[in-house]
Write a protein that binds this ligand. Structure first.
Ligand SMILES: C[S@@+](CC[C@H](N)C(=O)[O-])C[C@H]1O[C@@H](n2cnc3c(N)ncnc32)[C@H](O)[C@@H]1O
Length: 228
């Protein structure tokens, strides 16, 4: 069976961009949760990577604010062509989250509403790629659905039923490694993008700011032994 990643590379990435190109032109940075989180915590990177960046609209704003080197990885040919014309200071490369054709490590990596579409067979490889591309001490911004349970929902834009949306807390994968540490979390309603304490679990979204710190949080077991 064709993987979800192939389906997005072949057609659905472009279809998503066609459906959303108008909304992206009306992008309001003041209402964007990843940017709000970065601003709130004073994260001013010299280099930033977005995985599943669409046409690089968010990267262009970060580049404009801080002069950061801004690089996006994207599967959609149309999004990349549009972004290259519209945002010449953003570098866009074609690639999939599970095999990103870049070698450097960035100060900030953003993965906003991408993990839920990644083929389950590629999820951990995509997590490993995200980790590889973020330097020690850097910040990871993850936005996605944020239900209490792991939910699986048919992707309603395709009638074949071959694509699913997997809603779960992806920050948990990084946090459970012990190498990433929570800095901030903003929750909201998927439709309004506004905070909503009554939101149902399948419509709740969460945007996390995590810090990658490889060794700082380990507790020395000698301490326990001396006090035991
Ligand atoms: C829901 S959109 C989100 C776009 C943008 N990150 C944002 O915050 O609006 C998901 C994007 O990820 C891209 N995408 C889907 N699967 C991907 C994969 N496996 N690797 C890289 N990009 C992917 C899609 O083409 C699309 O542009």
């Amino acid at each position: 069976m064709e993987t979800q990643d192939n389906i997005f590379a072949r057609s659905e990435g472009d279809r998503w961009f066609e459906r959303n190109a108008g909304a992206l032109q009306r992008f309001n940075p003041a209402e964007d949760t990843p940017l709000k989180l970065m601003q709130f915590y004073g994260v001013n990177p010299r280099s930033v990577l977005e995985i599943g960046a669409a046409n690089g609209f968010r990267l262009a704003e970060i580049q404009r604010r801080s002069g950061a080197r801004a690089v996006g990885v994207e599967l959609s040919h149309q999004a990349i062509a549009d972004g290259r014309a519209r945002f010449p200071l953003v570098t866009l490369v074609r690639g999939a989250a599970n095999s990103v054709p870049l070698r450097e490590a960035f100060d900030v990596v953003i993965v906003n509403f991408v993990f839920h579409w990644i083929d389950r067979a590629h999820l951990l490889r995509s997590v490993a790629e995200t980790d590889r591309l973020l330097r020690d001490g850097g910040f990871l911004v993850i936005g996605d659905f944020y239900p209490s349970n792991h939910l699986q929902v048919p992707y309603h834009h395709l009638k074949t039923g071959s694509v699913l949306t997997f809603k779960q807390n992806y920050a948990e994968v990084f946090l459970s490694s012990g190498l990433y540490h929570p800095v901030g979390l903003m929750t909201a309603h998927h439709a309004s993008k506004k905070p909503d304490p009554e939101v149902t679990e399948d419509e709740r979204i969460g945007t996390w700011l995590l810090r990658k710190e490889l060794q700082r949080h380990y507790v020395n077991s000698e301490i326990n032994r001396n006090h035991g």
